[in-house]
Design a protein around this ligand. Structure first.
Ligand SMILES: [Zn+2]
Length: 179
């Protein structure tokens, strides 16, 4: 396959990931969207669902992983083999938690948009992607910077909004006094 064709495909997958990130933003979620592609087929797609589900682990990547697992069950495929040949396309650098999960699943390649300054697990805070972590899956390759400015703008828009689910500072202080 020529490099041009590969680039066009990558662009198409990222286009869809950005569409999902926009949907997240429209629903009061951290604007992250992602796709998991195996054999030129989208097996999973996700956007952040933390506020909706009131579950702090429901990042876009985790939602997509669950869809891939469901696909494997339905199609009698071995998830170990599928994830080893799956590429993740995501609008923001995976966080430390998600990077750990991607290692354990042995996903070989992640294409992402902007850096995740707060929680990034592919170099920004820790480098879970590339570090030598014996017994924690395999390291994975990253291609960063795809439409990064656009991804950052979405994050900025989100963090500028009032988050109705954030604990009030008073309540937070009271909690810490009690502990
Ligand atoms: Zn994450």
């Amino acid at each position: 396959m020529g490099g041009g064709e590969e680039a066009a495909k990558r662009q198409r997958w990222m286009e869809e990931a950005f569409r999902m990130a926009k949907e997240a933003l429209g629903n009061g979620e951290v604007p992250v969207g992602c796709l998991m592609v195996y054999n030129n087929t989208v097996l999973g797609q996700g956007r952040n669902e933390v506020n909706e589900t009131k579950n702090a682990t429901r990042h876009a990547e985790m939602v997509a992983v669950d869809q891939v697992l469901a696909w494997c069950r339905q199609n009698c495929k071995n998830p170990v083999e599928v994830f080893e040949q799956t590429v993740l396309y995501v609008t923001v650098e995976p966080c430390i938690m998600c990077a750990g999960a991607l290692r354990l699943l042995k996903i070989p390649l992640v294409v992402y948009g902007c850096q995740n300054e707060r929680f990034g697990g592919c170099g920004s805070v820790l480098n879970i992607a590339a570090d030598d972590l014996l017994g924690t899956g395999t390291s994975f390759e990253c291609i960063a910077g795809y439409r990064a400015e656009e991804a950052v703008e979405m994050l900025k828009t989100f963090y500028k909004q009032e988050n109705p689910n954030a604990p009030k500072s008073k309540a937070r202080k009271k909690d810490s006094d009690e502990s």
